[in-house]
Design a protein around this ligand. Sequence first.
Ligand code: GTS
Length: 232
Amino acid sequence: MAGKPKLYYFDGRGRMESVRWLLAAAGVEFEEVLFETAEDFENLIKGGKLMYDQVPMVEMDGMYMVQTRAILRYIATKYNLYGKDLKERAIIDMYVEGMRDMNDMIMLFPLSLPEEKQKNLNYILERATQRFFPVYEKALQDHGKNYLVGNQLSWADVQLIEVILMVEELKSGILSAFPKLQEFKARVIKLPRIQKFLQPGSPRKPPVDDASFEVSRKIYKIDKNLVLKHMS
Ligand code: GTS
């Protein structure tokens, strides 16, 4: 029997958190190799398994998988969280890509310069409430089902609950104008596998704070100003 998937990343959310969420929603236990220093990361690179010398990497089913979306798509397909046909998969992809846009903004938010922090926060909240959440609210409203696509849990639902909780960490009550999303959240967080993942002690990682951001900055030798220059 194949062993548990092994996740290689630093001890934080970053791009790997969606992989953790999806495996948890699929009921798959996994192991984590969490590196802490630039040397640990260099040693992983020297191991020769990282296709682009980048993480996330997931060792699974005899493969060393990289590129977050490729990893997520494989897990979603394998565990029947990717729709029943090509059209459902296209819709799931469209939803998930919007959620990843939100996810990426939140992930990069700690890179904000102090004087830009409030402006960037406002921008994220504005995009969430004006552009992205209305799409998912309408989808749930229009087809009147419990989940975004078809009537069973999919990758889109898992990504949505992850991003809702992250946006709520930035501003509580953010769902006040979205009754369908409130119902969705209440329903999905009660699913046993999701409930388990939300319990303390699960592999779910805490929100990024200054200290954990500093750890990742050292591991990847991030030049804050350079990254911001590329973002703008
Ligand atoms: N497109 C890739 C993906 O989605 O997996 C990007 C991966 C990526 O940039 N990973 C960062 C990395 O390995 C780590 S993190 O930002 O996800 O924490 N950076 C090192 C480098 O040399 O690029």
